[in-house]
Design a protein around this ligand. Structure first.
Ligand SMILES: Cc1ncc(COP(=O)(O)O)c(C=O)c1O
Length: 393
């Protein structure tokens, strides 16, 4: 018996791997502070749960239309227009089992073997493997901490080849928390429009966790709607990771293809989640803003504590719930009699010696960094960072 080359060549998700290591240690009775998770530590707001319960009682328990129930697609169009200046019609919307599936639908529908996809690095772990699964070639284009981890338009232009078909990025970004400004996105859009057949996937799933209060969608730039796939979802902003609900807006030729793809893999997303999601999108309840304020204050705490640690270059994230220190200053140092050869090794030492789980930056195309998720309590954050501080000193 053998497995396919496809799966043999696929990397396991580094974030899930770290979470598993943490669980293994906990099972051995050892304490672990997990700062590796990519999900809010809040429960879904009650009004959304109640809407799902009501939907179940009302009998929303059957298969739904593959691209989503019409009422939700309409609500998504309204949201895109109201909040992002994006003019989509319901036929251009596909609701999926999480934003992750939307990204997979797009790559599987758009890419032929050998097509290149530029990933603005540091990038979210799954982009790389999804592109490869679709037969595409991921091309990493990187910006370091000195550029606030944001690739600029000139770098992008220089990286394009005849085979470039798609660019993928997230704003606010996982793993860096960086937010692309309107100006930066306008310059990137110019590069896209210089070519005739280039698309860009803008992953905006952290839109509601943006401390600059200035979210801008590249698809709203004149001429860009036809070139943009706008991906979003409910997991992060509404603390609905387990509900598995994401969505995308794209030109109809592509959204129809994504719907066809999804129809063969999974069919429509969960029926009662979709009904509840309409409530989430149309509500004026303050919970989303409250969660953001908690993240904002934790971000300030984490950046302040990390900045005191010699050898780390710490960015000031404008969104999401991650901070992404550059630890290249630690590589080559001797700690506890052991020479640190890489940040990967350092992350393993944090786990083994301190019981602190973070994710190595190598998983995100930035091996000199590591990712801390501050979706954890102030107490855990203080304790973990003070352990790291003492260890590195
Ligand atoms: C940048 C980014 N995009 C997409 C996703 C996937 O979200 P979903 O839970 O909707 O599949 C994540 C989750 O970690 C993410 O960080």
């Amino acid at each position: 018996m053998r497995l396919s080359t496809r799966i043999e060549e696929m990397e396991e998700s580094a974030t899930l791997k770290m979470a598993q290591l943490a669980r293994d240690r906990q099972a051995e009775g050892k304490k672990v502070i997990s700062l590796s998770l990519g999900e809010p530590d809040f429960d879904t707001p009650m009004f959304i749960k109640e809407a799902a319960w009501q939907a179940l009682k009302d009998g929303h328990t059957r298969y739904t239309a593959v691209p989503g129930i019409p009422e939700l697609r309409r609500a998504i169009c309204d949201k895109f227009l109201r909040e992002n200046g994006l003019h989509y019609s319901p036929a251009e919307i596909v609701v999926s089992n999480g934003a992750k599936q939307s990204i997979a639908n797009v790559c599987l529908s758009l890419l032929d073997p050998g097509d290149e996809v530029i990933l603005l690095a540091p990038y979210w772990v799954s982009y790389f493997e999804i592109v490869r699964l679709a037969g595409g070639i991921p091309v990493e284009l990187k910006a370091g901490v000195e550029q606030d981890y944001k690739v600029n338009a000139d770098q992008l232009r220089a990286a394009l080849s005849d085979k470039t078909r798609l660019i993928i990025f997230s704003t606010p970004c996982n793993p860096t928390g960086s937010v692309f400004s309107e100006q930066e996105l306008k310059r990137i859009a110019e590069v896209v429009l210089e070519r005739e057949d280039l698309m860009i996937l803008s992953d905006e799933i952290y839109e509601y966790i943006n401390f600059s209060d200035n979210h801008f969608s590249i698809g709203s730039i004149p001429g860009m709607k036809e070139r943009t796939i706008t991906v979003n979802g409910f997991s992060k902003g509404f603390a609905m990771t387990g509900w598995r609900l994401g969505y995308m807006g794209a030109p109809e030729w592509l959204s129809a293809a994504c719907s066809k793809m999804q129809g063969q893999f999974t069919s429509g997303a969960n029926s009662f989640s979709q009904v509840a999601a309409i409530k989430a999108l149309t509500s004026t309840s303050g919970e989303v803003a409250e969660m953001k304020e908690v993240f904002r204050s934790r971000k300030a705490l984490v950046v302040e504590l990390l900045s005191r640690i010699p050898g780390l270059k710490v960015n000031d994230p404008k969104g999401a719930f991650y901070v992404f220190p550059d630890a290249s200053g630690i590589v080559g140092r001797i700690i506890n009699g052991q020479r640190i050869e890489s940040v990967d090794q350092l992350c393993m030492l944090f786990m083994e010696k301190l019981g602190v789980a973070v994710v190595p930056g190598s998983a995100f195309g930035a091996p000199e960094c590591f990712r801390i998720s501050y979706a954890a309590s102030d107490r855990e954050l203080r304790e973990a960072i003070s352990l790291i501080h003492a260890f590195l000193e």
